[in-house]
Each structure stands twice: as C-alpha cells, then as structure tokens.
Design a binder for this molecule. Structure first.
Ligand SMILES: Nc1ccn([C@@H]2O[C@H](COP(=O)(O)O)[C@@H](O)[C@H]2O)c(=O)n1
Length: 593
C-alpha cells in the first residue's frame, strides 16, 4: 500500500470458495491503481493486488486448480495517477502492465479521446500481447487510414493445471461516443460474422466472454443466445463491467455473469467447479471433482487485511518482491506528479449518491449553489442572464471533509470537458432544457441519446432510493486486530457494500454496515445575472460540452433550430481547472495534521 494509505480494517469475513477454475477480476479501475488514500477499506494498491495474485497462483498450483486474471476495461480517466500527467497515463500504463492478466479488453473510456485510443493500441495492446481481445473493436491507423482489429478477436488456450480448453472473447457494449480513430461494431452485427460463427462451433470445455458490457443488457443476451444456438451444454462464464456495480447474473444452469464494481474498491473472485475437461486432468489434491457444476462468486474489498486473510499470510509473509516494487513505482509516480499538492480543505463530506439531492451534503447541491455560476463567467458576457447546465455523470466521486489535493481534483472531475454556450436563446426554450434532460421522453427515443447516460453509471442499475438504517459506525479502526467471527452480531461494522445479486446476499467477502443510495437527476442547473422580478427575453445557455448532443436535441423539441454551428466556447479552460481554481479560492485554511 502507499505510505499515506490508511491502515486496513479488521472486519468479519467470508472465505473464498475455490473450484477447478478460479478467476480474479478487475474492472473500471479508472486509474485508481494507488488504491483509496482516504478510505481504509479500499486502501491496497496495484502492487498489493500483484502480491495477492502471485500468492493465489501459488495456492492454485499447490492444490492443482487454475487461476486466471481478467480485466474488463475503463482503466483510464478518474484519478491523478492517470490524468495528471502529460501525456496522460505517462506512468500508469507501465504500472498497470505489471499485473499478469490473462484476458483483457477495452472500455469506453479508452476510446472517448483519440490520444487515449492511440495509446491503447500502441501501449496496452502490446503490453498484453496475445491476451488483449477486441471482438468488436477496430482501430484506424493514423498514418495510412487503414482499419484493423484493435487486437485479436478471440483467444483459445488450455489451462495450466486442469487442462481446461477455453475459448475467450473480449467485447465492448454498443458504444457510440468514441473518437474517430476507432470503430465499435454493434455486438448484434459482430456475432453474425464468420469468424465468430466458426469460433462458437469449436470443441472446447468452456467459453469465457469478457466485456465492458453490463450483465443484464442486450449485448450479453445476444451473445449467450448465439453460443447456445451451437453449444447447448458447454459452460459459459461472462465477465462484465461499465455500470460500476458488484453484480452476478444467471443466464442458465451452466452460464453465469460476474462483475466486480469500480475504482479498485473491489477485486472479484469467481470459481467454477464440475467442468468436464477433455484435456489433461490436474492433480486435485484438495478439490473434489464433482459431476454437477457450481459457479460461486465473492466481491473482495481491496485492502490488505482481506488479502492476508484470504492467503493465510501475514504482514511479513504476504508481499512479494514484485508487488513491493510496483507499490514503490506508484509512490514515485505520485511524487513526480505532485498529487499530494494541497489545494484546500473541504468543509464537509459532499456525496454523489449517499445524501439526498438537494441537501446540504449533496455534491450536486454544492455545485449548483456555490460553484457553477461562479466558474461559468465570460468577461465579455458577464452581465447577460445565463443558465448553466451540468450533467451529474461529469462528477465521478465524493469529496471527503478535510484535505483536498491535486489528486482529489482529478478524482472528482477527470474529464477534459469545457464549458460551451449558445447565445441569446429564448428564455422560454432554455427553461425547458432541465426538465427535458431529466425526464427524457419521446424526443430522445428515436436517437442514440438516452438521457440516463448523463447521470453517473452507478445510477443505471439502481432504480429507487435505498435508505440505510442508522447504525453505530466504527470510526477508529484497529490495525491488525484479530479476525472477528463471521456471524458475530457486532454493530461496529465499517460502512460499505452490502450486495444483493442473483445469487443472494452473501457475495461480499467483508461484512459491512449498509450505505444509503439516493437517486439523483441527470442534470443540474445554476442561473446567474437574472433579474429578480421578471424573466429575461433571452439567456446565454451555458453547458458542459459532453451534453451538447442532448441539449441540441432538446432545443429542437422546443421549436428552436440550433445546430453545432451555433455552439461557441464559453470558457477556454477545462472544467477540472475551473473547479481547482474555485477550491483554492474558497476552501482556504489548513486542515493538514
Ligand atoms: N467526458 C465525459 C465522459 C463521460 N461522462 C459521464 O460518464 C459516463 C460514462 O461512465 P462509465 O464509467 O460508465 O463509462 C457517461 O455516461 C457520462 O455520464 C461525462 O460526463 N463526461
């Protein structure tokens, strides 16, 4: 872990179920490879994860089982370790590649910006040569304009100890927001292609489908149906991503899906037993080969207490030299990027979805009331009445009371988005924007523009408020405390994930006190320079550039005929820098101890 990381948390644990074939999954890490430096339950770093995987590989070899590592994309955008360097990812790609991942694919965040997509092609694909799969993704070479597969379409291999013959695919959901140097082919079209149709006819013991794809969406349903149309009985293991949640899905008695959350909070564990392998049979010393199949999952909190518990090792025996070297490289990179540079003191916790909106502890109420109108000023138009619209998905993480650093800025606002505007929009039309963007409706139905895409991905999966009972919360964590028994009725649980999925409520490796989750709107709005008593004739409609297609569509619905040519720059800086400037000015003081 990083020197400044809070110490791991003692908590009641559930052990990991082992099978013939086991997996560790990461997804949507978004650059959080230094771990969470303000949350002890997620404070292990990528180096610790490397030690963990190496120790688990040793155990797999000892018992004759197999262990495969999977990553399902969105490794970039969301943390200073990736976003603070020029070019982005200057250190992060080299840190990430140290993990020995067996199957890896692309997420949408690797493709929003052309430079990120190019780095994916020139760095990550070769870093994971033979392991990186791009079943429905092509890259356009900048020098020749040639369209080529981003990486190989599928991979066939046999596992080391059990001799299980695997065929693996790597998909991306039907994403349309990519820069013009990649082509994402819709999954429905890809599965009709000859190479895919040939692949699903291969004689293998197991299909593995990894993807930056939600488990319950249409893409995995289509792939499942396609494989089952040829192989009615071959087991299929899906790994998903994108919606940032812990999730597990049953497609049939031999086909399951698993997804391991976001931001290095969770490392996923999946185990399969009862695979009928025609390859060499491993020497199962501890495992019993069963004829019926079982698919079991665990969501591992990313902290050292849990890693040591699951490996049966301790502070001195757990880390590997390789893992420690990677932790040291992360520390060096964080220093070079000056990520601990102090911007100010957050006066209170500000939550994305843990507090209701609007409320005093809502990140969005703060943004709306204090920040937006202040940073959205253009000296040439400062007296013009304006409405400023921001999508809630543009904010990526909570703000914790206390030190706010350069790193925090990228954690909260990683994107290179800027403020745009359309001048002199009739007030009547402009005032309909927020309700239209928040309530959606028929105007967006004929387009690819789903308004829910404007909200944070976590909001996708949960459709109602979850209000956690007020429990007594443990606030001083005892480092190295003895393991509490699983069913202890201790009220002193640390707040965290209490996952309910298709297999029940026993998936989390750590017992937590539940956290509230509130629904929030797709967009928020601030106004400035408005007369107090009457509505203006026209306003400047200011918005963050990500939402431009939605704003133009909504304006058309109000009878206006604006298009891209009417959109101008409102501020030259990226929003992240505007936010950092606001914090430096308004959150003065020193809370560093
Ligand atoms: N420039 C951007 C890029 C993305 N967003 C928001 O993020 C959502 C996608 O997040 P995932 O991690 O699930 O891929 C997207 O739908 C937007 O809400 C943004 O605001 N600005």
């Amino acid at each position: 872990e990083q020197p400044s990381a809070p110490k791991p948390v003692a908590a009641p644990m559930r052990p990991l179920p082992w099978g013939q074939l086991n997996f560790l999954q990461t997804t949507d890490t978004h650059g959080w490879h230094a771990g969470h430096l303000q949350e002890s339950q997620y404070s292990a770093d990528w180096g610790d994860y490397i030690s963990f995987a190496e120790r688990m590989h040793q155990k797999a070899d000892e018992i004759g089982a197999d262990l495969l590592l999977v990553d399902t994309g969105d490794r970039v955008e969301g943390n200073g370790l990736y976003d603070a360097s020029k070019p982005k990812g200057r250190y992060d790609y080299d840190i990430f590649k140290e993990q020995d991942i067996d199957i890896i694919c692309t997420g949408n965040h690797e493709l929003y910006q052309a430079d990120a997509a190019a780095r994916e092609y020139t760095q990550t694909v070769p870093n994971f040569k033979g392991k990186y799969l791009a079943s429905n993704l092509d890259y356009i070479k900048p020098d020749t304009g040639e369209r080529i597969p981003m990486a190989q379409r599928f991979r066939k291999f046999t596992t080391k100890n059990q001799g299980i013959r695997v065929l693996a695919f790597g998909f991306l959901f039907d994403f349309t927001g990519n820069a013009n140097n990649t082509i994402v082919q819709p999954v429905g079209k890809t599965i009709e292609e000859k190479w895919f149709q040939d692949a699903i006819r291969e004689d293998v013991d197991l299909f593995i489908v990894i993807g930056h794809v939600t488990l319950h969406g249409p893409e995995y349903k289509a792939i499942f149906k396609a494989i089952r149309s040829q192989k009615w009985d071959t087991p299929i293991q899906f790994f998903g991503g994108h919606s940032h949640i812990r999730d597990f899905a049953k497609y049939d008695s031999k086909a399951y899906g698993f997804q391991s959350g976001r931001y290095m909070e969770t490392v996923g564990w999946m185990s399969i037993d009862g695979i009928k392998s025609k390859g060499k049979k491993g020497d199962l010393k501890e495992l019993e080969l069963r004829s019926d199949m079982s698919f079991q999952r665990r969501y591992i909190d990313n902290n050292l207490f849990g890693y040591r518990y699951h490996t049966g090792l301790n502070e001195s025996t757990f880390p590997t030299g390789h893992g420690q070297n990677v932790s040291a490289s992360i520390h060096k990179a964080r220093k070079a990027l000056n990520l601990d540079y102090f911007y100010g003191c957050a006066p209170k916790d500000l939550w994305m979805s843990r507090a209701p909106y609007p409320s005093d502890n809502s990140l969005y109420s703060w943004l709306e009331k204090e920040v937006l109108a202040d940073v959205a000023t253009n000296p040439k138009r400062k007296d013009k009445p304006r409405m400023v619209i921001f999508n809630t998905g543009g904010m990526r993480f909570d703000i914790f009371k206390g030190t706010f650093t350069r790193d925090s800025t990228y954690i909260v606002s990683p994107f290179v988005s800027t403020l745009k505007y359309i001048k002199d929009v009739p007030f009547k039309a402009a005032s309909q924007m927020l309700p239209l963007l928040n309530n959606g409706g028929p105007i967006f139905e004929s387009t690819e523009l789903q308004p829910w895409q404007l909200a944070p991905p976590e909001q996708l999966a949960i459709h109602y408020d979850i209000i956690a009972p007020q429990l007594s919360i443990q606030d001083s964590f005892i480092s190295g405390a003895a393991q509490a028994p699983l069913l202890s009725s201790s009220p002193d649980l640390v707040p965290g994930y209490t996952t309910k999925d298709d297999a029940g409520d026993d998936g989390d490796d750590t017992l937590h006190a539940p956290i509230s989750f509130y629904k929030i709107p797709n967009c928020i709005q601030a106004t400035a320079s408005m007369a107090e008593k009457s509505d203006p004739e026209t306003v400047d409609l200011v918005f963050i550039d990500f939402i431009q297609p939605w704003v133009l569509t909504a304006l058309q619905f109000t009878g206006q005929t604006y298009n891209n040519s009417h959109v101008e720059n409102y501020r030259p800086e990226i929003f992240t820098d505007l936010l950092a400037g606001w914090i430096k000015e308004h959150w003065r003081g020193d809370c560093r101890s």
